[in-house]
Design a protein around this ligand. Structure first.
Ligand SMILES: Nc1ncnc2c1ncn2[C@@H]1O[C@H](COP(=O)(O)OP(=O)(O)OP(=O)(O)O)[C@@H](O)[C@H]1O
Ligand SMILES: [Mg+2]
Length: 261
């Protein structure tokens, strides 16, 4: 479904991503983790052709994205960006329906409207549908933006810190929903800062540091004390969660009265 090979991306003279290789098959949920500034958002921007790589290839479903127009990219890839600001007076249902734009020729069809309604139902935003987008809380807005991306019915869903504005219940609800969509075949690539949620939801995790992929594999392979120390400069303990059969990580903190200047 997605094959990234030897990808290098620069901003002007500064190289930000180096020799990234990553592949995803149907239904995979892939987490991208790494410190602030390590290149996670840049990688997502390369996949949507917002940034042109200096070298390397990105192939979606057998086609190099260099050969795809923006509409074709939009039919294949939906993005939920890290920072979203919408200052126009649209209602929530208008915004969600915009997910169908790549498919709409003159005006939306009954099918387009049905898809949007179905997604609003599943993302629990029906009660917001007639509200103005400018009058939502941060968490409500984030759910609407995720709903718009799902309405796009993409083959690949890119999420850049999708749950940063959500309370813990909504984080789990949205990630459950995204996970369910991935089990139906959609590839999910999610930038995540919560390592425990990444361990639980991801089939594969890719760890970036300074634009290089320093580890890729299952959560158990990637979330090791050594890898996390190297990437984040933070000692952690890894434990097994027998109930979920996943791992969780805990930073090893000093007692508060031992924190020195
Ligand atoms: N438009 C830009 N022009 C120049 N440099 C940029 C630009 N956008 C990002 N960078 C730099 O590229 C590097 C990677 O940025 P990127 O946004 O990909 O990081 P990130 O891993 O998503 O970080 P965060 O966790 O803070 O969101 C950083 O050093 C950043 O300062
Ligand atoms: Mg980012």
């Amino acid at each position: 479904m997605l094959k990234i090979k030897d990808l290098n991306v620069s901003y002007g003279q500064t190289q930000v991503l180096q020799e990234i290789g990553l592949s995803a098959t149907e239904g995979e949920f892939i987490g991208i983790i790494g410190p602030n500034g390590s290149g996670k958002t840049t990688l997502l921007k390369a996949i949507t052709k917002v940034l042109k790589p200096t070298s390397g290839t990105i192939v979606i479903d057998g086609t190099n994205i260099e050969k795809m127009g923006s509409n074709e990219i939009a039919k294949n890839v939906a993005v939920v960006s890290q920072v979203v600001s919408i200052n126009f007076e649209f209602t929530v249902k208008d915004i969600v329906l915009m997910g169908r734009n790549p498919y709409i020729k003159s005006s939306e069809s009954v099918e387009d409207i049905n898809i949007a309604n179905d997604v609003m139902e599943k993302t629990n935003i029906n009660f917001l549908k007639d509200r103005m987008i400018t009058q939502l809380s941060g968490g409500e807005l984030q759910r609407v933006i995720i709903a718009r991306a799902l309405t796009q019915t993409p083959k690949i869903l890119l999420l850049d810190e999708p749950t940063s504005h959500l309370d813990i219940t909504n984080q789990i609800e949205i990630l459950n929903l995204v996970k369910k969509s991935s089990t139906k075949g959609m590839v999910v690539i999610a930038v995540m800062h919560d390592l425990n949620l990444a361990a639980y939801y991801c089939d594969k995790i890719c760890l970036l540091r300074d634009g290089c992929m320093i580890s890729i594999g299952t959560p158990k392979q990637v979330l090791t004390p050594t890898n996390i120390e190297v990437a984040f400069n933070l000692p952690i303990e890894v434990m097994n969660n027998d109930r979920t059969n996943s791992i969780y990580v805990m930073p090893i903190l000093e007692p508060l009265n031992e924190i020195s200047d």
